[in-house]
Design a protein around this ligand. Structure first.
Ligand code: DO4
Ligand code: MG
Length: 285
């Protein structure tokens, strides 16, 4: 089951259930308050299945604007969880290579703060490349959606936009390489009722288009992630509370060649089988 937040005309955001490729069921009409409060329910899947049986308004997907499913959740990200990511970071910087090598093997994962909820970019809205960076890439990542009790209730798509030259210059610059205007897009759907074992079968693909042609295409499998989702969630919630829940991007396994950098005007499309597609144009910020 796939849930989303959407807006019809300029009305306030509503919650929807995707019935088929082109139809949304309006769960707000049944009194569903918000995504995060639905995620707090122990009977989430049963409740959503019960909503689906009601005679609620149906909307054509082409008539609504899909929003990020993030409401008040902080966004965090895990790094160096795929061998591909470790290799790329080690090549990008002699200075930091040892740190990346170590963290890939270490018991404690790399986790970093990525975005305040209000800064998250919705589907089809522009993500940003820093104007003081010369090597910028998207990072297509599976994102874990967790409630306030740390339970993984669903999965969505995240784009951890990154400035590789800033990151490579000095590890201490990581927050500047990762956190800036429009650097994080999340959505549109949250797939619920799926186990970690099932999600590990999914594929993640990235396509970047420039001037109407494919400028980069790559893919990986979620099963390539070195750490379990429970392990990542566990470390995130250590000594820290998330009263509104949290979203954790699980790291990238798709890295364009070193000669590639994003340009303003490119479009990024990230697809995760089992969830859907997150599309965003690129602008300079
Ligand atoms: O430390 C660098 C960030 C790694 C990252 O974002 C990733 O592997 O996805
Ligand atoms: Mg990343």
């Amino acid at each position: 089951m796939k849930l989303c937040r959407f807006q019809a005309a300029s009305a306030p955001a509503r919650i929807g259930l995707l019935l088929d490729e082109s139809t949304l069921l309006d769960l707000s009409a049944a009194g569903a308050e918000g995504m995060a409060s639905l995620f707090e329910r122990d009977d989430l899947s049963t409740q959503v299945a019960a909503f689906a049986k009601q005679n609620l308004p149906r909307l054509d997907l082409s008539t609504v604007r899909l929003l990020t499913p993030v409401e008040r959740q902080e966004i965090w990200a895990a790094g160096v969880t795929y061998l591909r990511s470790k290799k790329a970071r080690m090549e990008e910087s002699d200075f930091s290579a040892n740190a990346y090598d170590r963290v890939y093997e270490a018991a404690r994962p790399e986790l970093f703060f990525k975005s305040l909820p209000e800064k998250v970019v919705s589907p089809n809205k522009p993500v940003g490349i820093r104007s003081d960076a010369r090597w910028n890439v998207p990072e297509p990542e599976l994102a874990l959606v967790m409630n306030s009790r740390r339970k993984i209730v669903g999965y969505t798509i995240g784009n951890d936009m990154s400035s590789r030259d800033i990151e490579g210059e000095n590890l201490l610059y990581l927050p500047q390489a990762k956190v800036y205007g429009r650097s994080c897009a999340v959505g549109p759907y949250v797939t619920i009722g799926v186990s970690e074992a099932e999600a590990r079968q999914w594929r993640i693909s990235l396509e970047i288009r420039r001037d109407g042609a494919v400028a980069f295409q790559g893919e990986t499998s979620v099963g390539q992630i070195k750490r379990s989702f429970e392990e990542l969630a566990d470390f995130l919630f250590r000594s820290q509370k998330f009263p509104h829940g949290a979203v954790l991007l699980t790291g990238t396994g798709v890295v364009p060649p070193d000669s590639f950098t994003l340009q303003s005007g490119d479009t990024i499309s990230i697809e995760i089988s089992g969830i859907g597609k997150l599309n965003n144009p690129v602008i300079a910020v």
